[in-house]
Design a protein around this ligand. Structure first.
Ligand code: SF4
Ligand code: SF4
Length: 390
């Protein structure tokens, strides 16, 4: 993937697609921070440019580049060359290891003074854990014959903060006829947070540790991901930048859902109360880059919601740990403002999104319940069961 590194045509298409450029006039933009910085560095020129850390690593610039310059990855190298103050380096070292940071969930209640000292934003609250609350059999027997064995990739956010969504996704996959194994077991990270923070070497180390924790489960037919950023990292960064090739297809949860037995959708179709419920969908920026938009909308329609509106914000500003950092809090708020404005017109009763941190940030900004599609499908199925109860 580094082959296009010196191919920049100066066309500026990347700049037009960068969400941070659109809200932050101080941000030099992808062309200056990526390929131009790299060329100058090769000639022994400039060390680092100011505001390089304002890049969210959304990769929308890379998706726009006609000659496949790995712009965001160059910016990650650029960030790695910067030397922020010690307290910021300590904070970034913690946030780049979210699976370990999750052990210190008491931070969520940290005082304003301590947050300021630690460089933590006061505008996007740190997450509080949501534990699983369901019994394993609450959805009943599988709806059809066994469809194979899947590994459900338990990302660091879900493992640390959202046990509910792991349980909901696992139960739905079981209902659809899959044998589910949670992978990896224990607390790990795919490396996305470290790469976004400009720590590519740490990202590779985290990825290798995670992969070695999963290798013994290689007999699964699919590896199912819950978080679009992890999904894109496993499918793109792992093979292209770390040389790790999972032998089984990596499939996002919403694609697995679209393969659910027809009987599942027929049953959800009987939940008549959802037809008038207004829903918005927001596909995470990394999800848009990897697979385009529209999957969540299709899922919401199939689940019986007929009034569905896709988000028109390219990035909500959560971007992993980005919104939690004090120096990015205003940019993160400006990025989510488009969603806030849209939701004030649409007035949705719920928002589908495919990342835990995006859900947290969007819900805090819009005050609308924002959850993973597994939550909404699970909830809909419980509604169906309630309607069928004698
Ligand atoms: S990765 Fe995203 S935020 Fe960073 S320069 Fe590219 S488009 Fe802008
Ligand atoms: S889109 Fe690609 S070729 Fe065009 S300016 Fe950006 S990096 Fe250069």
């Amino acid at each position: 993937m580094w082959s296009g590194v010196d191919a920049c045509l100066k066309c500026t298409l990347c700049i037009t697609q960068c969400p941070v450029v659109s809200v932050n006039p101080d941000f030099p933009g992808p062309k200056a921070l990526g390929p131009e910085w790299y060329r100058q560095k090769q000639r022994g020129g400039v060390a680092t440019l100011p505001h390089v850390d304002d890049c969210t690593f959304c990769q929308l610039c890379e998706a726009a580049c006609p000659v496949e310059v790995p712009i965001a990855h160059l910016i990650a190298l650029h960030k790695a060359a910067a030397t922020p103050p010690l307290r910021i380096r300590v904070r970034d070292g913690i946030l780049a290891r979210p699976h370990r940071a999750a052990r210190w969930t008491r931070w969520a209640g940290t005082s304003r003074v301590m947050r300021k000292v630690g460089g933590i934003s006061g505008k996007t609250s740190l997450p509080r854990p949501r534990r699983a609350r369901w019994s394993p059999s609450s959805l009943g027997q599988p709806l059809g014959p066994c469809q194979g064995r899947v590994g459900l990739f338990v990302d660091c956010y879900s493992a640390g903060y959202d046990g509910e969504v792991v349980e909901q996704a696992s139960q739905l996959l079981t209902l659809w006829g899959f044998n589910v194994t949670l992978m990896p077991q224990g607390s790990h990270c795919c490396g996305a947070a470290a790469y976004a923070a400009g720590k590519p070497q740490l990202a590779e180390r985290e990825a290798r540790e995670t992969w070695s924790a999963m290798e013994r489960f290689q007999d699964v037919d699919f590896l199912v991901t819950l978080n679009a950023t992890c999904d894109a990292t496993l499918r793109d960064e792992w093979p292209d930048y770390f040389g790790i090739e999972p032998p089984m297809p990596v499939v996002p949860f919403d694609e697995m859902a679209l393969r659910a037995p027809q009987e599942f959708w027929n049953r959800l179709g009987r939940v008549s109360s959802s037809a008038e419920v207004r829903i918005m969908t927001h596909t995470t920026c990394r999800g848009q880059v990897a697979r385009g938009d529209g999957h969540l909308g299709e899922l919401a329609h199939r689940a019986g919601f007929h009034r569905v509106e896709p988000s028109d914000a390219p990035c909500c500003g959560a971007a992993g740990a980005y919104a939690f950092k004090i120096e990015h809090e205003d940019t993160a708020q400006q990025l989510v403002a488009r969603l806030v404005e849209q939701s004030s017109h649409v007035r949705p009763q719920g928002i589908f999104t495919d990342s835990g941190t995006c859900a947290l940030h969007i819900e805090q900004a819009t005050q609308v319940k924002t959850r993973h599609p597994a939550y909404w499908l699970y909830r809909q199925y419980l509604e169906y069961q309630k309607g069928e109860a004698p």
